[in-house]
Every structure is written in C-alpha cells, then in structure tokens.
Write a protein that binds this ligand. Structure first.
Ligand code: AMP
Length: 290
C-alpha cells in the first residue's frame, strides 16, 4: 500500500501510529531504477519505508538547473506502487512536501556545513551545494526519525558527507550504501539524463569510460607506483577536444577520507564531473585492494 503525505502534521500523525522501526529513502524524485533499487533494498529490511520526494532549492546554485529539474510525482508514485508485492505487510509512505516552505518554514536561517568537503570536488565546483544537502538531510532525519536511511554510491561524496554529519552530530541513524545502477552503455542512471539530447547522452558515456580506464591502471597498485602514469593519462583525457563533453574535474582520491592519495595508499575512488551542454553529470568508481 502507498500513502502520500504533503505536510509535517500528516507526517507527525502517521509517525504516532507506527509501532516498529522504519526506513527513509531521501530523493528529489523523477525516480529511475537506481532510486527504486534503494527502496527495494529498504523494503527487504523494513516493513515500512518512507520515500521523500523534494527538489531542495537550497542545494542548487543561482545559475543551476533548479527550475529545469524534472518533476514527475504521478509517475514516481506509479513506479513505487510496482514495488509493493505483499501489501499485507509492506508499506511505502511518500513524503512529498507541497512547497519549499513546508521544509523551510518561518524564515529559516540555520544551515549545516562541512568545511572540509566544501573545498574539494563538487564542494568546490558548486558553492553551497553540500551545505544545502546537509541541511535538508538533517531536517529529514529529525522530522522522520528513521532507524536506517539508504543512499546511493552514485553520489559517493554525498554519501561520505552524510556519514560524516551523522557521526559528527551524533544522529545515530544507520546509513546504508547501495550500488550504482547504470544503463547498458555504462552511463550512471540520473534524473538529469532526461535533460540530455541524443547526442549529449551518447557522449556522456565518455565519463564512465574515463573512470574505468583510470581504474584499470590503479588496480592492484599503490599510489607511488601508479601516480605518474595516472596523472599523465588524466591530463591527456582532459586535453581531448570532445564535441560536447567538457570536463569539470577528473581526480583520484583516497577512498575513505577523500583526501589526495599518499604514496602507500591502495584504495581509491576516481571522481569525474562533466558538462554535456547545460547539464552537469557526475560519476565515480572505487578501486579497492585485493
Ligand atoms: P537524487 O534524487 O538524485 O537526489 O538521489 C536520491 C538517492 O538516490 C541518492 O541517495 C542517490 O545517491 C541515489 N541514486 C541516484 N542515482 C542513482 C544510481 N544511478 N544508482 C544508485 N543510486 C542512485
């Protein structure tokens, strides 16, 4: 069974009637298989899963795609309905705030910022983005009070940011990581893929291809023995004149801390961000020892 709620008072009422622990899957909607995998995974662990659908204005910069971002609530509800196989035991509650004021009432002033992550990768490229993400996820955690919350490895930096906030602010929520869902060409599924033209979508596959190539070089090696060749190849890839794809960044980081790798490191995540026309896509690949 699916229930749709749009206000905090409805949410409070529902929470009062739930006896057992439940899960949260935060999303911005326009659900694709990547999102649905998160919800399915949550339904394996809990009978009740709250899926939030909210395009959070605070995490978009002034020249970014907040207005263009796809909003498809009815389709999303249909897709979620398809996940309920046993409506006697399993329930999805969609929390879709009707307007930004529901989440940010009363001239909201307080935000949450990770000052380290704001200086690297997407934090550096998109000033205020991570602050917006932390602030909305904190508010969702406090309002909904889930036992566990499910996040995709597709947004690896976001996952690290939330894990860090959860720890630093002692929120005590289990953060569950879920693998990246990709299409048949390796392109990571993203609501923003909808904004791409056919040509842009074709060229977007270069993002994953580059990450894969770098991951092959890194596999089974430490940073000391791989850094020269990796850095040379990254410079070459970024130097190629593509028709459409323009690199924002392509970087290797230590896997856990996201700091620049040290010579002895053997666990890495390769991060890429690129513009396809007006649309900015991100992807990453982990390379782990063994
Ligand atoms: P979004 O709606 O883009 O804010 O994403 C909501 C959640 O879905 C986040 O935890 C994302 O990491 C996750 N997600 C988005 N795309 C994918 C994907 N292709 N594979 C796995 N998880 C994803």
């Amino acid at each position: 069974m699916i229930k749709i709620i749009q206000t905090i008072s409805e949410l409070d009422k529902i929470k009062r009637n739930i006896k057992n622990d439940y899960a949260l899957v935060p999303t911005m909607g326009n659900l694709h298989q990547g999102h649905l995998n998160l919800v399915e995974r949550a339904l394996e662990d809990f009978d009740i899963v709250i899926v939030s659908i909210f395009v959070n204005p605070l995490q978009f910069g002034p020249n970014e795609d907040f207005n263009r971002y796809p909003r498809t609530l009815n389709e999303d509800i249909n897709a979620l309905n398809g996940l309920i196989k046993d409506s006697d035991t399993k329930q999805i509650i969609v929390f879709a705030p009707a307007s930004p004021e529901v989440m940010y009432p009363d001239g909201h002033q307080t935000t949450i910022r990770n000052t380290v992550m704001d200086e690297i990768l997407c934090g550096k490229s998109r000033p205020g983005h991570f602050e917006g993400v932390c602030t909305i996820v904190y508010r969702l955690f406090k309002l909904i009070e889930p036992k566990s919350a499910y996040f995709g490895l597709k947004d690896y930096q976001q996952l690290k940011l939330i894990q860090r906030m959860n720890k630093d602010l002692m929120l005590g929520i289990n953060i569950i990581e879920c693998p990246t869902a990709r299409d048949e060409n390796g392109l990571a599924l993203s609501s923003r893929n909808r904004l791409l033209s056919v040509e842009e979508k074709q060229e977007a596959t270069l993002l994953n291809k580059a990450l894969l190539e770098i991951s092959q070089i890194l596999k089974g090696r430490d940073w000391k023995s791989s850094k020269d060749i990796v850095q040379r190849r990254i410079a070459e890839i970024k130097g190629i004149k593509n028709n459409i794809l323009k690199w924002d960044y392509l970087e290797v980081r230590e896997n856990k801390t996201l700091s620049l790798p040290k010579d002895e490191d053997q666990n890495f995540t390769i991060f890429g961000a690129a513009f396809l026309g007006k649309t900015r896509l991100i992807d990453n690949i982990e390379v782990k020892e063994g």
